[in-house]
Design a protein around this ligand. Structure first.
Ligand SMILES: O=C(CO)[C@@H](O)[C@H](O)COP(=O)(O)O
Length: 218
């Protein structure tokens, strides 16, 4: 299992001042930033596009952009996000497209690649892709909005994936996203997760350094 890593979600930042929001975790020494891309089709919300990612880079953001595409047709946009400055690009298993070819394309573009499962999607749905990814993201809420409650029924799926990783010698990160705070992150850690996306809990924390330290100590 990798050491714990916090990936603060920009979705909970100040959308009128995204570059300033991106600097908050960077100034604490946090290397990752989670960037949620929504298309109002796969999820009922709209957020950022490749132009936002490029603008954040132009404004000086240097952290690892952990880019989560919540799109019906992610294969049409991976090039745009790679060119804009994504570091990793994660795509969902649920829509129908060529997942394996899209993951390979993401790597060919020089990014890390991840596969994402909604809360009700079983681990078996991504089993065939596990040799081909750098990250597996287990959604712990139905994607689309920040500020939702963590779903404990996803813990067993984390354990299954973590057991497969250990038994089969995979090196990917196991990331969790949705309702992650200082109560739910330890539960996920106990079920094999190593990468923790936190939006509301991070940006609302009065002492963000203490929040980051608590995750680092898991
Ligand atoms: O992908 C998503 C929501 O769809 C997440 O990345 C949220 O940004 C997490 O927000 P919190 O649950 O931590 O507020």
């Amino acid at each position: 299992m990798h050491p714990p890593l916090l990936s603060p979600s920009l979705l909970a930042g100040d959308h009128a001042h995204l570059a300033a929001s991106a600097r908050i975790p960077a100034n604490l020494g946090l290397r990752w930033l989670h960037v949620d891309i929504m298309d109002a089709h796969f999820v009922p919300n709209l957020t950022f596009g490749p132009g936002t990612v490029a603008a954040l880079r132009a404004a000086g953001a240097t952290q690892f952009f952990d880019t989560h595409l919540m799109l019906d047709e992610p294969h049409r946009y991976v090039e745009a996000f790679a060119t804009a400055g994504a570091s990793s690009i994660s795509i969902h298993i649920e829509p129908a497209y060529d997942h394996q070819a899209t993951l390979a394309r993401i790597r060919a573009l020089g990014c890390q690649c991840g596969i994402v499962l909604n809360p009700d999607t079983p681990a078996t749905a991504v089993e065939h892709l596990l040799p081909h990814v750098d990250l597996v993201l287990v959604m712990t809420v139905q994607p689309g909005f920040g500020g939702q409650s963590f779903r404990r029924d996803t813990l067993a799926k984390m354990r299954t994936l973590a057991d497969w990783r250990a038994a089969r010698g995979f090196r990917w990160r196991l990331e969790v996203d949705g309702g992650i705070d200082l109560t739910t992150a330890p539960e996920c850690r106990a079920h094999g997760a190593d990468t923790f996306v936190a939006g509301t809990a991070f940006f609302a924390a009065p002492d963000k350094a203490a929040f980051a330290d608590a995750i680092a100590r898991l």
